[in-house]
Design a protein. Structure first.
Length: 367
């Protein structure tokens, strides 16, 4: 009998990309995969490899306003009943959650219907929604051997699988890093996660404009920018005489990572997983003011391994960033060494381990 697995993931790349990787592997094993997500998934989940995609009402509980909290709880309550009806219709053998508040309604509904559940944590710091759900999950899949806020009461149900990466990423692991040549092109990739980052749009053109002309004229910059920022960023690079290409989102981001000499990005879990799976050096600028500082912890892990450099947004100035970039872009050996260390962190087998865990919970009738 063909078994159905329902994946629950919020509609951003950080949650959808590892869910995509698992869906690809489960499909290869003969399972039917369906997805429960929120309204944000239209852009990033349009090509999600699932038989069906369902939207479940969801909201993030944040801030201290009683009105906002009550509104979020009301939306989550509606999501719970919608998810329960969905599960009764789909009758999945396992529900897999990938964190974030959009996973609360499906995972809690699965618990109420006695459907086995797996919870995957992408970060080195367990998120708040996952902390809440971990007490109910049948199994927890971790990306790091040491995960902050993992309660001792659930450790016996935890397995370190790593963070799954998509087929498009796995296929690029064998593409060796080629450090920049003395007078050749310098390929710089800048992105801020699946939703972009205004900080990079405001800071990077000014910083790169301060580089010596001998470096500036060799640059080819590929930068993700929010739609409202694209024209301004284009003008800034044009005025600095820097060859640059901008877009709100790159569907072929893994290929662009593989082609780059240096990446500048946020430090989301999926970003770090893809950088290390492919093996590319990066300057990581963690998202500031995050509740759990998960990106800072991710960036520190990569820096400690020698695969990149962590810079705090609050301390970055165009002058400081230009100085750092001049050092790195003039040091191909340092870039090559960091690329090697980054690849040493990479885990392209995480998806197999996670799929094994799901298949075990699905039972002997599974694929």
């Amino acid at each position: 009998m063909t078994q159905t697995i329902l994946l629950a993931a919020g509609g951003t790349g950080g949650h959808l990309f590892p869910a995509t990787a698992l869906a690809q592997e489960l499909t290869r094993r003969g399972f039917v995969v369906e997805l429960a997500t929120d309204e944000r998934a239209e852009q990033y989940g349009a090509d999600f490899p699932a038989r069906a995609i369902y939207q479940v009402p969801s909201a993030t509980i944040s801030g201290r306003s009683p009105g906002a909290i009550m509104k979020a709880l009301s939306t989550l309550g509606k999501g719970y009943f919608r998810a329960r009806r969905l599960l009764e219709m789909v009758q999945p053998h396992v529900v897999v959650g990938f964190g974030g508040y959009p996973t609360l309604p499906p995972l809690l509904a699965a618990r109420s219907l006695a459907i086995p559940t797996v919870l995957h944590e992408q970060n080195a710091v367990m998120g708040r929604a996952n902390r809440l759900l971990s007490r109910f999950a049948d199994a927890l899949a971790l990306s790091f051997g040491t995960t902050k806020h993992l309660k001792s009461s659930v450790e016996k149900r935890a397995v370190v699988t790593g963070n799954p990466v998509r087929d498009a990423v796995v296929g690029l692991r064998d593409q060796e890093y080629s450090p920049p040549e003395a007078t050749g092109r310098l390929l710089l990739l800048i992105f801020g996660g699946s939703q972009g980052a205004r900080f990079f749009s405001e800071t990077m053109p000014e910083a790169l404009a301060k580089l010596p002309s001998t470096l500036r004229w060799r640059l080819t910059v590929v930068q993700q920018a929010r739609p409202e920022d694209v024209a301004e960023v284009q003008d800034a690079y044009r005025n600095a005489e820097i060859t640059a290409h901008q877009a709100p989102f790159f569907q072929d981001l893994p290929e662009r990572i593989a082609d780059s000499h240096l990446v500048i990005s946020r430090a989301g879990a999926s970003t770090v997983a893809e950088l290390t799976a492919i093996g590319r050096p990066a300057i990581l600028v963690p998202l500031p003011h995050a509740i759990d500082n998960d990106q800072l912890e991710n960036a520190r892990r990569m820096q400690e391994a020698g695969g990149g450099w962590c810079m705090h947004q609050s301390s970055i100035t165009p002058e400081l960033l230009a100085e750092r970039l001049e050092q790195l872009l003039s040091s191909p050996d340092a870039l090559a060494k960091a690329a090697e260390k980054a690849k040493g962190m990479g885990n392209v087998y995480a998806v197999n381990r996670l799929a094994d865990l799901v298949a075990d919970l699905a039972g002997p009738d599974g694929a």
